[in-house]
Design a binder for this molecule. Sequence first.
Ligand code: PEP
Ligand code: MG
Length: 581
Amino acid sequence: MSLELHGLGVSRGIAIGNAHILFHNQPDVLEYIVLNGEVEHEVARLEHATEQAKKQLKAIRDNIPANAPADVSAFIDTHLLMMQDSSLTKIPVEMIRQRHCNAEWALQLQRDALINVFNEMDDPYLRTRRNDVEHVVNRIHRLLADEESSDVDITDGRLKGAIIIAEDLTPADTMLMQHQGVAAFVTEHGGATSHTTILARSLGIPAIVGVGSLRRYIQDNEPLIVDGEAGTLIAGADANTHDEYQQRLISFKQHIASLSRYKSQPSQTRDGKKISLHANADSPDDITTISNSGAQSIGLYRTEFLYMNRNSPPEEEEQLTAYRKVVEGMNDQAVTIRTFDLGADKTVDGGRNLNQTTTNPALGLRAIRLCLKQPNMFRTQLRAILRASAFGKIKIMFPMISNTQELLQAQHLLQRCKFELDKEGLEYDHHIETGAMIEIPASAICAEMFAKQVDFLSIGTNDLIQYTLAIDRIDDHVNYLYDPLHPAVLRLIQVTIDAGKKHNVPVSMCGEMAGDSRYTRLLLAMGLENFSMHPNALLEIKQVINETDLGQLPKNALQILNMSDPFDAELLLEQINSPSH
Ligand code: PEP
Ligand code: MG
């Protein structure tokens, strides 16, 4: 019998493949007494499971693909070291011998003791190492329970072509899985602009988030169909449905292929207005996709992925190598590097989270706030970016600016880094441009203030919508409120575009809205001239631009900024987008 589940379709495309379930089921651990004659057998069981766990980890580490995020192996090494430590090898064995308890129980008691020690540490970094203890012990527990590990193993060939079914995925998990050729992601939680979603979209992987009860209905390995646009997940499809989706998959691929004719065409409206199209990127690996998309430059290079899946932040030389690779890969085209936007859902991995856990992490120490709170880490990044600017055109962009002091402090630190490099005789672009992201309503309202201080502004609609409508972008309970057409959102965008024009400062948009073709004509009508998006969306956006005559757009198009009824707004948007315009 066929079963259809619905969620939020967040990354377009059709996928047909088998389920790979990534729920981390933790086996229940019960205590029982081991008979005298069985004690050594129990010890051997624990030692065998620990050996198996080590083997699994070594196999993963030894097969890390060359293009995997730097230092993934360091993350795995930490877990390997823990498995070799006497606190997890000798002490549980002694417990089994002394208490005659089962291996699982001994391991659990020791895990709790270690976690208590970590919890009491003053150093917040060391305190968060308890997560590593949990991961390591969970792996051994699963082996003791004879369960296969359900961790995301980056070399696990089983994931090729699989449809990943998970409760939630971190951006780090997603980054690791991109190396395995997964066919689609379906999660119980998540929102339209969560970083995991954005990653899936930029990787061109169909994805659905917010599908309830996945765990109850979907079996491991069963054949599934994913429609990433409609947000539909189908299990047990009959032959007709299967054929229909197979046909749609072929049509979707043909549509994508047909867009390639726009690659060499200039991006301009029918009445001759030139529009700049730029790409968003997360890693040097994106360069090939970007080159194929015909983007004019990289409008947003998210650097935080360099900091993930590792235990310590990247050093200056490592960052320099990464940024240099990007800028050289882009030849003479500019690369706008955004300083690290860590915090909230983007934590530094290995259990390390640079911001303290707060009730509202999205409102807490993230982005520029964290950069300024960690001046050494920030300085390292600024120096690396500056040094990379000797090899090509780079611009620096600061995320989540909320007041002019933050901007001044960031620029001051940049100035100091320039002095240092001058002293050290190291080269960089002395005229490097700096810009601010407009992601907070306060900054949009005061965009003129920032326009006077920077070379460019970039509207981050993902956060701007989150903060304007007070909806956590990763909370699926409120993702129905996500609405780029809300008049408050549109007015803030308009204010920012107008501020840029008034002060002759270019304004671009680099949030997901810029890559959604439903909004392209409206944004053109509002006067936006620079769009930056995941490269997979670029040719489609160019198609819309090339088929638009600005003079023919409905005269009342901008009334949408005053529409109180979302249905009226949708109707007007349809009119704006109708082919005759
Ligand atoms: C945004 O907020 O729109 C943006 C581009 O930044 P990020 O999605 O990385 O927060
Ligand atoms: Mg943002």
